[in-house]
Design a protein around this ligand. Structure first.
Ligand code: CTP
Ligand code: MG
Length: 227
């Protein structure tokens, strides 16, 4: 299974002056944890890291230290996540019929989650890892007034990995560019094009490291896991 890792962000909400994926958590850069988990998943045989050329030297150093056994390619990122994934799709080898996409910032996803997504994508054209939401979610207007309270039983928090049929996802990205759709994950493009996306059970610990508090939580989870 081919895996694309969007890793070309700037980490604005982290308040960091460099790509947040280069910040260190429990003695390793965030991206190194993501790569270690992906590498440990038996189903993953090729990895493309989508990243800004500015960071390539740092990424290359990390890759050398990890001694990855799967082939890893560096692919230039875009100015949005959507553009980055678009670039990644163009860089996939022709042999890739399905692809998993996993945010570099979700460094706590386990190898089992990669493997279960890789298996599930053989049976449906689109899927995402997700977990049922625990909070009651409100739809709020620009004046701060609640418009509605969706039934929580139908609400899931989207994670990555997300998996797709490559040909269909390329079509959806092209349509997204044509229509000017701005989305925050690939499933949204798939949905907007009318293709079904299945949810597979994600992991509560599969956080997207976004703010400084998330670094402390990740540190704690890794400590609990690895001692
Ligand atoms: N990403 C990307 N290309 C971009 C923007 C984001 O590949 N132009 C990647 C990030 O590196 C991250 C994932 O998409 O792994 C999810 O994005 P997010 O958590 O929003 O990371 P950043 O965009 O770096 O953070 P922020 O939005 O706070 O600036
Ligand atoms: Mg972002």
């Amino acid at each position: 299974m081919h895996l694309l890792i969007p890793a070309a962000g700037s980490g604005r909400r982290m308040g960091s002056d460099r790509n947040k994926l280069l910040l260190v958590v429990r003695s390793k850069p965030i991206i190194a944890w993501t790569l270690l988990a992906a590498e440990a998943a038996s189903q993953i045989s090729w990895i493309g890291i989508i990243s800004q050329p500015l960071d390539w030297q740092d990424f290359q150093t990390i890759l050398t230290q990890l001694k990855q056994s799967s082939p890893v390619e560096l692919i230039p990122g875009g100015s949005t996540r959507q553009e980055s994934v678009y670039n990644g799709l163009q860089a996939l080898p022709d042999s890739a019929k399905e692809v998993l996409i996993h945010d570099g910032a979700r460094c706590l996803a386990t190898p089992d989650l990669f493997n279960s997504c890789a298996q599930a994508i053989q049976h449906c054209p689109g899927l995402i890892a997700a977990v049922p939401v625990k909070d009651t979610i409100k739809v709020v207007d620009e004046n701060g007034i609640i418009q509605s309270t969706p039934d929580r039983r139908q609400l899931w928090a989207a994670q990555t990995p997300q998996g797709f049929d490559v040909k269909l996802l390329k079509q959806c990205h092209t349509e997204g560019v044509r229509q000017g759709w701005e989305v925050t994950d690939d499933a949204a493009l798939f949905e907007k094009c009318g293709f079904p996306v299945r949810v597979v059970e994600g992991e509560e610990t599969n956080l997207k490291l976004t703010t400084p508090q998330d670094l402390a939580i990740a540190e704690f989870i890794l400590k609990t896991r690895l001692g």
